[in-house]
Design a binder for this molecule. Structure first.
Ligand code: NAD
Ligand code: TDX
Length: 340
């Protein structure tokens, strides 16, 4: 079986590639990634010499490149992680999100239609459901919750999901979609909340918390997400959507305080800054379908997963310092300059 993993040099994609290369020595894993600011081949040193692993640099929205690749590689399965993934960036530059997240996905689907495929799996997000009110803890996103997006990022992901389903219904492409809650764990780019707070707290820098810090996210360890996608490929029903989440809801302020406590840093580092425009209030996944239909259960609860993750960032300082010292510094000034 040959599996092309797009976006395999990013946070979740690289964790998934490592999981698949190690677990299935009989499968060929091809990592297709453009290596944007978020792609980092240093994430993959563990598997780069494995005989069943190969990296190809390329753009999922480049039609000629994608069609040539399908002709050459003849993949059996596509798992599409490649995306612009940061909500704040989508507010300053929506177009790049349309290009990669929407047109990149339809380009891949067109290639599947032309050359045939056993499965196209789209890695989507709980953000396509919009948000839930803070005062209704009884409400959760199910697979039937209507799409109702807030940001250019979530709109581009929801749009991609609609195209995936349209290609299934109209052209019979065998697709599945997973919609996961917020991930945390090793190799997350330090623009996202958890690695941003860890890296800045370690440097005794101010920690930007948007608005009042009461927004709620439902956190899942990245390895639980990878296992869930592996299961969907194996046992998921074609044409179905699967929600992935582990009931680990926390306010942003709780997350920041957990990190400060673990690092023995003072809460005085917290700085409440101007809110993200359109900021979603609460995400919360109902994972019943994954659990009952596919027998999936997350291995990590938030507290142990976070302890391990914080330790990983302490043990792998060089990995994130590399990023923080480079291009990222300019990015931080651009994104937060007006907020501070
Ligand atoms: P990431 O930003 O860390 O990685 C994205 C990867 O895609 C990078 O390696 C980048 O180089 C690559 N890429 C970008 N544009 C490309 C293009 N045009 N062609 C080929 N490669 C390209 O993202 P992530 O956090 O790992 O998210 C991966 C996927 O999972 C995304 O589709 C995202 O929407 C989804 N998701 C993320 C989370 C989360 O909490 N991070 C939760 C649910 C779903
Ligand atoms: O500096 C910050 N301060 C802050 O308060 C940052 C970067 C974020 N936040 C808040 C905004 C959110 O409420 O923390 C929460 C988490 O923010 P992000 O890490 O940017 O994630 P989020 O916007 O929730 O989206 C993430 O989860 C779903 C991923 O980036 C998406 O790719 C995924 O689909």
């Amino acid at each position: 079986m040959k599996i092309i993993v797009t976006g395999g040099a990013g946070f979740i994609g690289s964790n998934f590639v490592i999981h698949m290369v190690k677990k299935y020595p009989e499968h060929e894993i091809v990592n297709l990634d453009l290596l944007t600011y978020a792609g980092n081949l240093e994430n993959l040193t563990e598997v780069e010499k494995a005989p069943n692993y190969k990296f190809i640099r390329g753009d999922i929205a480049d039609r000629k490149f994608v069609f040539d690749l399908f002709e050459q590689e003849k993949p059996d399965i596509i798992v599409n992680f490649a995306a612009e993934s940061h909500v704040d960036r989508s507010i300053t530059d929506p177009e790049s999100f349309v290009r990669t997240n929407v047109m990149g996905t339809t380009t891949l689907l067109d290639a599947c239609k032309e050359y045939g495929i056993k499965r196209f799996h789209q890695v989507s997000t709980d953000e396509v459901y919009g948000d839930l009110p803070l005062d209704r803890p009884d409400l959760f996103f199910t697979e039937e919750t209507p799409l109702h997006t807030s940001s250019p990022y979530s709109s581009s992901k929801a749009s991609a999901d609609l195209f995936v389903m349209a290609y299934h219904r109209t052209f019979g492409i065998p697709v599945t979609i997973s919609r996961c809650s917020n991930n945390y764990g090793p190799y997350q780019f330090p623009e996202k909340l958890i690695p941003l707070i860890i890296s800045r707290a370690l440097a005794d820098e101010e920690l930007p918390v948007y608005g009042t810090g009461e927004n709620v996210r439902d956190w899942l360890h990245v390895s639980d997400h990878c296992v869930a996608i592996d299961l969907i490929l194996e046992k998921g029903r074609v044409g179905e959507v699967y929600n992935i989440g582990g009931h680990n809801e926390r306010t942003n302020l709780e997350v920041v305080k957990t990190i400060l406590k673990a690092l023995d840093k003072p809460e005085s580092l917290i700085r409440f800054v101007k809110d993200r425009p359109g900021h979603d209030r609460r995400y919360a996944i109902d994972p019943t379908k994954m659990e009952t239909e596919l027998g999936w259960k997350p291995q990590y609860v938030f507290d142990t997963g976070m302890k391990q993750t914080i330790q990983w960032y302490l043990d792998n300082k060089e990995w994130w310092e590399h990023i923080v010292n480079g291009e990222y510094t300019k990015y931080f000034e651009k994104m937060y300059g007006e907020r501070l």
